[in-house]
Design a protein around this ligand. Structure first.
Ligand code: SAM
Ligand code: DTB
Ligand code: SF4
Length: 321
């Protein structure tokens, strides 16, 4: 996936279009690049919750904020497999294992590698999000068969320092490079609604779109303001601005799966429908994200059916020769 360089100004110009023109343009890009128009379902499991030493202002799992989340140890393999089997049976395509680590230790990588091998054997795509990765760690996960690694830029570089101080923007870019070099696909997006300006949202999308190649998966999270975190009282973003962000992501990263991620419960059905028209083609599916609530699976299936949207198949047909 190579892409022309996008300037922040060009992206702002897209944002400034009348909403119906922006959605039309994004819808055309989507139809051309995803003729099937199917929606991918990705299920999250928090395999290690809470107690994180980082200071991400939005995050309920940071130990320094008092959010009522209890820290756990790394989950046992059996428990992970049980959740993966349930996700597969519910129709999910991808199983994403998340850990509240700044970075994994090498012995954690060995344990997660075992989870990856066994989840993959169930016929699910695998994804993990474990924090920063060193080169050797990315290579080990890739060798275990990990399909995607999720690591977000979260915001534009000029807004980043107001939300996170314990790791730099460059640290994130370095991890993304290790993931890319290891041969895994990149899942990288951000959060909107943290008090950033439209120009800063355009800056985030620009950084994502200008990664060479741009990410295969782009999760766009709407901030879930969690009591106890510094962003608990952050006023919600105008829903049309969220739709615009999805459309702009679609136009600038035409072949990426653009995923409606955290915050869907607050968006409601009508705004989500607009997001699908603007080119979103993936959702986190299952009653829970990592620690916060997600729409119930039955409600999501009903919404997709009502909108006439096809779900990506999770049945792998093996050809015997
Ligand atoms: N600890 C790892 C890391 O930071 O890369 C993996 C897990 S972390 C929870 C994954 C992503 O979840 C963050 O980068 C952020 O984009 C998103 N996230 C966390 N809390 C959120 C919230 N309250 N609202 C929206 N997105 C959130
Ligand atoms: C991503 O971009 N969003 C997901 C996934 N990648 C790991 C996580 C959302 C977390 C929302 C807050 C929570 O549930 O703790
Ligand atoms: Fe830790 Fe990840 Fe939460 Fe930041 S986003 S506090 S690194 S779990």
């Amino acid at each position: 996936m190579t892409n022309p360089a996008w300037s922040v100004q060009e992206i702002e110009q897209l944002y400034d279009l009348p909403l119906h023109e922006l959605i039309l343009q994004a819808g055309q890009v989507h139809a051309k690049n995803f003729p099937d128009g199917d929606i991918e379902l990705a299920t999250l499991l928090s395999i290690k919750t809470g107690g994180c030493p980082e200071d991400c202002s939005y995050c309920p799992q940071a130990a320094r904020y008092h959010t009522g989340i209890e820290a756990t140890k790394l989950m046992e393999l059996d428990e992970v497999l049980e959740a993966a089997k349930a996700a597969k049976a519910a129709g999910s395509n991808r199983f994403c294992m998340g850990a509240a680590w700044r970075e994994p230790k090498d012995r954690d990588i060995e344990k997660v590698a075992q989870m990856i091998r066994e989840v993959k054997a169930l016929g699910l795509e695998t994804c993990a999000t474990l924090g920063m990765l060193a080169e050797n760690q990315a290579n080990s996960l890739s060798a275990a068969g990990l399909d995607y690694y999720n690591h977000n830029l979260d915001s534009s570089e000029d807004f980043y320092g107001t939300i996170i101080q314990t790791r730099s923007y460059q640290d994130r870019l370095d991890t993304l490079q290790h993931v890319r070099n290891s041969g895994m696909s990149v899942c990288c997006g951000g959060i909107v609604g943290m008090g950033e300006s439209r120009r800063q949202r355009a800056g985030l999308i620009g950084r994502l779109a200008n990664l060479t190649p741009y990410p295969e998966s782009v999760p766009i999270n709407h901030l879930v303001p969690v009591p106890g975190t510094p962003l608990a009282e952050q006023p919600g973003l105008d829903p049309f601005e969220f739709v615009r962000t999805i459309a702009v992501a679609r136009i600038t990263m035409p072949k990426a799966r653009v995923r409606l991620s955290a915050g869907r419960q607050e968006l409601g059905r009508a705004v989500q429908a607009m997001c699908f028209m603007a080119g979103a083609n993936s959702i986190f599916y299952g009653d829970k994200l990592l620690t916060t609530n997600n729409p119930e699976a039955v409600a999501d299936l009903a919404l997709l059916q009502e909108l006439g949207l096809k779900i990506k198949s999770n049945v792998t047909t093996e050809v015997c020769v």
